[in-house]
Design a binder for this molecule. Sequence first.
Ligand code: CAA
Length: 260
Amino acid sequence: MPYENVNLEVQGHVGFIKINRPKALNALNSATLDDLLGAVDELSCNDAVRVVVVTGEGNKAFVAGADIQEMQPMSPVEGMSFSQKGHIAMSALEALDKPVIAAVNGYALGGGFELALACDIIYASEKARLGFPEVTLGILPGFGGTQRTARLVGPAKAKELIFTGKVITAAEAFEMGLLNKVVADDQLMTAVEELASKILSAGPVGIRLAKTCISRGLSMDIATGLDFEAEAFGLCFGTEDQKEGMTAFLEKRTPTYHGR
Ligand code: CAA
């Protein structure tokens, strides 16, 4: 289904969600969050799609934040609802049962940085600039930034970024452990597609369960997480993927996976 502010494309087994409001540097307003959630739902139901890539249209921004124009007159209740709407969209993306790669092709500020942090893996181009300028606007990160940043890099680094509102380069973000990789501007999508291809060559069920174990395990104590992992591991042995992967290894051939 076509969306006003999001372009959804499927190429082979890869679904691309491209935030498309270039005039506002792809800022996330309510309508765009609705579109994002719709696109995530659509990809969730499309079994042919095994990897999702999130990026921004245009050559300047991934997403320059939540829409300041829309937020400026909000009441406290409207502000809370807007934050919750952002949480619903980001959490749906995070909970997708397939790997999600953020291709950060420019500014990823505030809600844009939060969108990237809801993805599993973040690749950024050299020109990307990231940060949480919310405090400079008299607010705080409201689409998950206070939670996901601290979990990723620890509270001290998260607090420094959020309290200062400073905008950092892709190289600095990589150094802090916020990104997986920084690539030359014109190589970003090639690098992301190579990563997607590598993921696609592996067993889809194992990847799906691995994502669930890592993501769910973060909110469990280690013993519960290990039990959860053992159950997921055991589940693999009831799949065609496991039989095919191990048989192909023993027969010294490349496996062909069907994700079942
Ligand atoms: N919301 C609404 N519109 C935005 C926007 C945003 N977050 N970011 C940029 N725009 C708009 C600008 O208003 C401008 O529109 P007009 O042409 O109609 O004036 C257009 O996009 C182009 O932007 P600039 O002219 O400012 O471009 P620039 O190259 O000079 O600067 C920038 C680029 C540094 C990214 C600058 O646009 C900027 O600072 N944007 C705001 C970044 C920000 O503060 N983001 C956090 C928002 S709060 C948030 O995200 C809350 C949350 O956690 C939920």
